[in-house]
Design a protein around this ligand. Sequence first.
Ligand SMILES: [Zn+2]
Length: 353
Amino acid sequence: MNDIDIPQSLLELLAAHPVADVHSDYAIQLYRAAQEGRDDALFAEHLPLLRRGGVNAEVLTVGGDFEIGTLELWDLRLVLRIIDATRRQIDAHGEFHLMLEGEDIDRAAARDGMHFMFALEGIRCVEDVATLRALHAAGLRSVILTHNERNLAADGCAEPKPGGLSNFGREIVRELRALNMVLDLVHLSDPSFFDAIDLYDLPPMVSHSNARALCGHRRNLTDEQIRMIGERGGVIGLNFLGMFIDDDRTKATPDRLADHAEHIAGIAGSECLALGPDYADYYMDAMQQWLLRDDLPTDLLNFVTGAEDVAHLPVFIDALARRGFSDEHLAGILGGNALRLYRTVFTASAPQT
Ligand SMILES: [Zn+2]
């Protein structure tokens, strides 16, 4: 970490505790790389960056209700290919592990190796609960019901007159609970958020959202939602995208993002904070095509200044430390809180009927 100036004490804190990035999309890039003959990109291209950032646990999107370039990620066959390509790259190295059960979380908490979890960002590829169960068997452990828009399960936050969960969506949430899978409430419309949290009795995750009180974007959480997440022992991953940090995205500094951390901790305690940076530097080419196609500003997808990729994650942690978060609270935000949630969900006993 030669190009950034992080205090030694903070580097030691990062090295001594698990560090989890609870939302990233680069499994899609791993698949694209494998298609181009680079079938070890996780080790060769991503591991050095993860090491520089201190990260040892990653939640990876393996499909969802959106496209990257020509890849339509709601195609179940494509989702299975992305899972396959990523699993092969994980299985190729003894230090890589997939997080499937409680003991995997314990190993991640001990920083013994690099850990990955598979997540779905929208369930258009899931037409029935049997498909969900099959994906669980393939290694899927976390589910976002929809990605901004409406699907068969739920309305997303971009719907003009949003409703909540459909009967199918309710069936899916009940099955997630029965399978001890993580329910991720990010991207939902407000009515969908409240429907889903009511149907799920384990701690809920919101993997990449900030506080709406500080940045009015519909993707961010209201104070009431933050309070509910806190009451349920849930976790909120702070999003590093500028448009979710300040209404003027040119003001998306690490310090401004620390305002969100302080606001959320003030309502629900720092035990509910995690890191969900939503990094996309590995497929900026496809993102820029999106912006051009939709006639959007080319800086729309800028990340927090100075911490634009996972190798620079400590820049934001430094801002949090300067804000006065104790080492114990910082350790929780770095990864302890997220891993606590995963362990609770994976090891919970059967739901009360
Ligand atoms: Zn997202």
